[in-house]
Design a protein around this ligand. Sequence first.
Ligand SMILES: NC(=O)c1ccc[n+]([C@@H]2O[C@H](COP(=O)([O-])OP(=O)(O)OC[C@H]3O[C@@H](n4cnc5c(N)ncnc54)[C@H](O)[C@@H]3O)[C@@H](O)[C@H]2O)c1
Length: 388
Amino acid sequence: MKILVTGGDGFCGWPTSLYLSDKGHEVIIADNFSRRQIDVLLEVQSLTPISPLSVRLDTWEKVSGKKIKFEFIDLANEYDRLVQLLIKHKPDTIIHYAEQRAAPYSMKSPATKRYTVHNNINGTHNVLCAIVESGIKAHLVHLGSAGVYGYDWKGNVAVPEGYLTVKVDTPDGEISREILHPTNSGSVYHMTKTLDQLLFAFYAKNDKIRITDLHQGNVWGTQTAQTSLDERLINRFDYDGDYGTVMNRFLMQAAIGYPLTVYGTGGQTRPFIHIRDTIRCIEIAITNPPEEGDKPFIFNQVTEVFCVRNLAQLISNLTGVKVDYLPNPRLEVAENDFLIENRKFLELGLNPTKLSEGLLEEIRDIALKYADRVDKTKILPRSQWKSN
Ligand SMILES: NC(=O)c1ccc[n+]([C@@H]2O[C@H](COP(=O)([O-])OP(=O)(O)OC[C@H]3O[C@@H](n4cnc5c(N)ncnc54)[C@H](O)[C@@H]3O)[C@@H](O)[C@H]2O)c1
């Protein structure tokens, strides 16, 4: 299969590209290095020493004998080049990772809110429009977020996979309809994912594009079988207050003996998935596409659900590092339940990596190994949901 991976230099995109190349697919990465540039602007760096993309690609060719091509392109701002790129490569599948992906960064300032909306919505719409204009028949696989459903659930009802059947009373009796599950975004970033869904519904109906939207949980873990082959292939690990997701932050804090920073009561319950399972889910999604004319397939890409307080306690028990409760910089429900269905991937063969299996490996091989690269001044949250 010929596969275009947008955002292929990023945390999920890089290991995905290597995995699919290793499996014999022809992989082309499209990226504009905006993520690396944001690191420069925020004066932070990945805990792991990530190599420039040219070094990554050369190393992969030496290690595996396989070549991954690269196109430097800004998807949100270079539409005509994108059409030409699709005509040139004619991918069978496009895996679309290229969005600004941090909720705190999206809430940092009016500039970052506007950037996130411009980048994510234009990027996604340009990809859809360019598929139609170029005439290619690519299956589009997009990385959405489980956060589109919102995190204010109470009780024992599991969130379904993307769609909800509703019953409506009409003068002619009750009718039943399947609708996109109502959204309840908690940040500008999550809001862009909810808007992406509407774009997908339209283009699947109007232009018969085959689309799969993956509602993914927080990704944790760093290395995969391929990125471990050579240190120049290492994956990124964000730990800073804007881009570091909660699990990575705790692991890094445990490694350097810095109290684990829980926001609020820590009663937030969130979905998680290991990076190795992200990649496996992508493989399952690309080999099980919808038919032309189908509405978008939506899969919940989640393997486990944890309450932040319990996660902190688990890591504290393993490492002896204490837990600190900070005022919550976010506007979110203090304590929530979150049950979410994930049957589709399990039925298609996903065998999840559990937190209990991967945690110690992650502390030993990543957090402790690179602990001397931590800048402690970047750990605390710097983005506030309210301006005052
Ligand atoms: N990491 C997670 O925990 C997580 C969870 C749920 C969903 N996702 C989604 O998965 C996708 C990938 O996330 P990630 O963690 O790998 O993020 P990342 O920031 O590490 O990677 C995104 C990549 O896309 C590139 N990019 C961004 N805008 C671009 C543009 N306009 N043109 C070209 N390239 C552009 C960046 O340079 C970067 O290399 C995102 O859409 C994100 O929302 C991630």
